[in-house]
Ligand binder design. Sequence first.
Ligand SMILES: Nc1ncnc2c1ncn2[C@@H]1O[C@H](COP(=O)(O)OP(=O)(O)OP(=O)(O)O)[C@@H](O)[C@H]1O
Length: 259
Amino acid sequence: MQEAVVFQQVDKIFHNETVALSNFNLSVNQGELVCFLGPSGCGKSTALRMVAGLGEPTNGRVHVFGYSPKQLLEETNDIAFVFQDANLLPWKNVLDNVLLPLRLRGGNKKEQKKEAIRVLKMVGLGDYLKAYPRQLSGGMKMRVSIARALAAKPKLLLMDEPFAALDEITRQALQLELLDIWQKEKMTILFVTHNVYEAVLLSNRIAVMSARPGRLSSLMDIDISFPRPLSIRTNPRFSEYVDLASARLEGRSEREEVL
Ligand SMILES: Nc1ncnc2c1ncn2[C@@H]1O[C@H](COP(=O)(O)OP(=O)(O)OP(=O)(O)O)[C@@H](O)[C@H]1O
């Protein structure tokens, strides 16, 4: 299987001498959905931002599809980013928000519009193309943000706690939609969360990180088949993975773990 993202002995030390990552190693294969799970401040966002070309490692290397992230960002549309904040332009309607990055890039306008409408329908916003951000709920804004990322047809989607600010029902709906989209579009997804349930529901692998300075403390295969309906949460195997991930997150010893 081809590697999508590789962290090789990555250290990140900020100017104020904060050591955010120390000897961080991880290899993600194409088509995987990997969650970075770790305590607050352990360097999850720092790691993700480096993959997006927003910040360089102090030592070590990050490569994406064999290239440096900066090169990939400048020369291709292979990477898209979804943040916790939907970051929509309030004076543009839903369709235009999704179209904006495509328009900036140039190309066939008709095709771009067709693609923007396709992804907006996929995230359940087909009836809201002309609505403005102020007319949308938090969950709908996040859907627009996801649609905007998908419209670029990225090979790699980076998501930094995209559902953290949402209520539980909306969060669950979007988690399932994301899994559905991932299966349809077959891209690689890196997803940052500190929510153990979310990590187990979404991931085919979880990269558990230790408290700062962040290292990879454990890699967990989540061996539960897709599609995963919400009812999976009542499955004993799901609970076992949640217990195991929690134990690893808290740094408890293997003997105390459930699996
Ligand atoms: N630009 C910066 N300058 C200095 N320190 C920084 C900078 N960005 C992040 N840090 C520090 O690096 C550490 C890791 O931050 P990061 O945001 O990557 O953690 P995180 O795991 O994503 O946290 P959270 O789950 O709370 O969002 C933190 O101690 C943070 O204060």
